[in-house]
Design a protein around this ligand. Structure first.
Ligand SMILES: [Zn+2]
Length: 308
């Protein structure tokens, strides 16, 4: 039995993961302030899960934690996390000490990709890239069964490749990053611009009915045959496809899968994306990267952490 901990800005979620990579028992607590309190509360959560399962923490094979920020995986430290105000925190060691079991740490996006690779959409494949379409565009690259994160642990930032030179400013300081276009935030920006130009469209009525513009607004309108919604979705998918094709051309992973809020558009998203990506690919013959939806949702972070 292993333990996986998913450390977020709001909650610490954890689960015991068995040999078939199922979560047998899970729980979560609010994230407290400060590294010491986080390690203490995470350890207390693990102990209570072990108690529910009738095992002792020291009987666990390992304890893994996925954390936001820049991680030195070999040293077991969070080098920096804006989110949690961490500065060189030896979180893996703190966890080991509190639980009496080897602790490991990884970046949360990479860890979610590892979970998806072992137990979700990547299960049947040898390599995988997970792209998470949320407020930003995150992701993780799994090559040869392991996270590829560069020599310093900072690799795999798929959202920060430029797809539009001189384009929309990104939170990272560059302009035209994939994240600025393919995130839900980017989609909402496109939707709002189209609404301003087309206040009488079906899409405008949908936004009005729902009282807000979200990442779903344009997709809802497009599915109902609205021209304005269709134009937004077409533009959005063209950006999504460019970045996806870049990743495939670079890595040729066996599967590229999409998670996060926008992926809830489901098969409709993948079916429309496939020909757009295909049109931009370097010719490779018969063996082509599969495009899939992520399958595990938030469980990917817990299972991936347990697999560290
Ligand atoms: Zn960027």
């Amino acid at each position: 039995m292993r333990i996986g901990i998913d450390l977020g800005g709001t909650n610490i979620a954890a689960g015991l993961v068995d040999d078939s990579l199922s979560i047998t028992v899970r729980g979560s607590v609010p994230t407290p302030q400060g590294a010491d309190a986080i390690a203490r509360d995470a350890a207390a959560l693990v102990r209570s899960l072990c108690e529910q399962e009738g095992i002792r923490p020291e009987d666990l094979t390992s304890a893994g934690i996925g954390s936001p920020g820049a991680i030195d995986t070999s040293a077991g430290t969070v080098i920096y996390s804006n989110n949690l105000a961490f500065d060189n925190v030896p979180l893996a060691g703190m966890l080991s000490e509190a639980l009496g079991v080897t602790g490991r740490i990884g970046n949360d996006a990479n860890v979610a990709a590892l979970g998806e690779f072992h137990a979700g959409a990547g299960k049947a494949f040898s390599s995988m890239i997970l792209v998470t379409l949320g407020t930003g565009v995150g992701g993780g690259i799994i090559l040869g069964g392991a996270i590829y994160d560069g020599f310093n642990g900072m690799g795999g930032e798929v959202g920060h490749m430029v797809i539009q030179k001189g384009g929309v400013p990104c939170t990272c300081g560059r302009k035209g990053c994939w994240e600025a276009y393919a995130s839900a935030t980017g989609l909402i920006r496109l939707t709002k611009a189209a609404l301003e130009k087309n206040p009488n469209s079906r899409m405008a009525a949908i936004a009005e009915e729902r009282g807000k513009v979200s990442g779903r607004t344009a997709f809802l309108a497009a599915r109902q045959g609205d021209e304005t919604g269709e134009a937004v979705v077409t533009e959005y998918l063209s950006y999504l496809a460019s970045g996806a094709a870049n990743l495939i051309n670079l890595f040729q992973p066996e599967v590229l899968c999409f998670g996060g809020g926008v992926s809830h558009e489901g098969p409709y998203l993948i079916d429309r994306l496939k020909p757009l990506v295909g049109a931009e690919l370097y010719p490779v013959g018969e063996k082509k990267t599969a495009l899939r939806l992520a399958e595990l949702g938030n469980d990917a972070g817990i299972i991936g952490a347990a697999m560290l």
